[in-house]
Design a binder for this molecule. Structure first.
Ligand code: EPU
Length: 475
């Protein structure tokens, strides 16, 4: 099969496909944040020939989840906000589309984004877009704070649990809003007809999205708000930093209590979206799974401290210098096979749920049995069935998985598997890198939601991964 050709009809595929290679090494995308062409809505696939060692350096993109909440926060600001390092992902494009549906003006180029929300004239964002991503729902906070009113459809996002919005609703009520849920929409209005008022609210669970939404709402509420048992994730700190730079008064970000003094008006500001800790963690695990050595930057080591501890315990070598992190699992370096370990996902600073599926793949290649317990989302084991198709020996009971490793190297074999959510989907890519033979992964639109140029970055490191894009049917 001639893989150098730009058009190709693999014999084992029924529809025509072409292989797309992003230009390298210019990984940073030059695409505008616009609705992708129709062909991309057809189901593209990855094919991965496993067994290649990875080497070299990979650039880490800006954090998806920080970018989503900061983009929502631009709705609080008058004038223009300028964001650097916004990853070009289908999720960030959807968020841009949500802001545009409200009347915001957005320009984007090479990871930079200018948002001006002065012309916002609607309090009801496009429900179809809100239904695509969880982060879209966060706009309810800024809209309610600035206009005293919001009508927002229930959010979408990965199918990893019921993902209710009760904490958002109860928190907004504590700030003086009347909130009703009906017809798949949340309707919220400031009770006194003027605006939100500061209040106290304790979250039952340190929800990241509810913390961020309430923080944005409280920044423009009248008086002081105290939010307790809040999320301590780095993305919450990133959002607080943007809001503070825009004139808000937020204290306590990164601790379990936030103190917010409301301001009448916030102004646009400039900020850099920090590196994506989950993307960095995914590449760290890719190095370990393929028994390779790679470096990556920029990385904030404290954001991936839990994973560093686990990889060191497994036997990997890790070095950090400034914002560059190097992971080696090369047998010559580590001298033995990696040792399995147990994982229990928890809110930050615990082990991130967003690295659970990828870590499970590593554990299938390590010595001994390991236990993975998912405590954040009640239904985040959907990837296990697909990993089993690749020969992984994993048993699941409720939210706990027992993984049987193997004595030496990879136990994984190739097959055709389907990505059903973002992190589960990327775990299949990591498994494909280590599996014997050619693994075909469909459903990769889920992966494109959260990884910027994943296949191009992996090729840069020496992986044999191709993106097959179905050709559009003639009209
Ligand atoms: N929860 C409630 N009620 C609520 C809100 C949350 O019961 O009102 C529960 C959820 O059902 C879940 C738990 O709280 O069991 C944690 O959910 P959380 O609200 O913290 O998650 P999120 O805000 O919906 C964000 C990220 C997720 C990440 C989680 C946990 C965004 C857009 N999403 O989701 O990212 O897994 O925090 O860290 O910020 C991903 O990137 O793949 C992803 C899923």
């Amino acid at each position: 099969m001639d893989l150098s050709s730009s058009t190709l009809c693999p014999q084992n595929l029924t529809k025509p496909y072409f292989i797309s290679f992003h230009k390298q090494p210019h990984i940073r995308s030059h695409l505008q944040f616009q609705t992708p062409p129709k062909t991309l809505t057809l189901d593209p696939k990855f094919t991965i020939t496993g067994g290649c060692k990875l080497s070299g350096h990979v650039p880490i993109s800006g954090s998806k989840n920080s970018a989503l909440s900061i983009l929502a926060a631009t709705l609080c600001c008058s004038g223009t906000s300028k964001l650097h390092g916004v990853p070009n992902l289908s999720d960030t494009r959807t968020m841009a589309s949500i802001l545009r549906s409200l009347g915001a003006e957005i320009e984007a180029c090479n990871g930079e984004m200018w948002v001006n929300a002065d012309g916002v004239g609607s309090v009801e964002p496009c429900p179809e877009d809100i239904g695509k991503i969880r982060g879209g729902f966060f706009v309810i906070g800024p809209l309610l704070a600035r206009f005293g009113e919001a009508v927002v459809a229930l959010p979408g996002g990965c199918d990893i649990g019921t993902r209710p919005v009760d904490l958002y609703i109860r928190g907004l009520r504590a700030l003086g809003a009347i909130v009703e849920l009906g017809d798949g929409k949340v309707r919220a209005q400031a009770a006194n007809g003027r605006g939100l008022v500061g209040g106290r609210f304790k979250l039952d669970h340190p929800s990241v999205g509810a913390t961020e939404t309430l923080m944005m709402a409280a920044c423009m509420a009248d008086g002081v708000t105290v939010l307790s048992n809040v999320a301590k994730e780095p993305e919450v700190i990133d959002l607080a930093r943007f809001l503070t730079g825009s004139g808000a008064c937020v204290e306590g970000a990164g601790s379990d209590t936030l103190y917010i003094k409301g301001k009448n008006q916030l102004h646009g500001s400039e900020c850099v979206v920090p590196p994506d800790r989950i993307e960095a963690g995914t590449f760290m695990l890719a190095a370990a799974i393929t028994r390779s050595s790679i470096s990556m930057s920029p990385v904030i080591p404290s954001h991936v401290a839990c994973l560093i501890d686990k990889l060191l315990a497994a036997g990997c070598k890790i070095t950090c210098a400034h914002d560059t992190l190097e992971v080696s699992a090369v047998p010559d370096d580590v001298g033995h096979n990696l040792q399995g370990f147990d994982v229990r996902t928890c809110p930050f600073p615990g082990f991130p749920t967003d690295l659970q599926p990828q870590t499970m793949v590593l554990l299938t290649t390590c010595d001994g049995s390991s236990i993975v317990e998912e405590t954040v989302f009640e239904n985040r084991m959907g990837h296990v069935r697909e990993l089993q198709k690749l020969g992984a020996r994993i048993r699941v009971c409720g939210s706990t998985a027992v993984i049987c490793g193997k004595e030496k190297g990879s136990a994984l074999l190739s097959s055709h598997v389907v990505a059903k959510d973002l992190r589960g989907g990327v775990s299949l890519v990591l498994a494909g890198l280590a599996a014997e033979g050619v693994t075909e992964i469909s459903g990769i639109a889920h992966i494109d939601r959260g990884y910027e140029n994943l296949d191009a970055k992996l090729r840069l490191l020496g992986a044999d991964i191709k993106r097959l894009i179905p050709l559009a049917s003639p009209l």
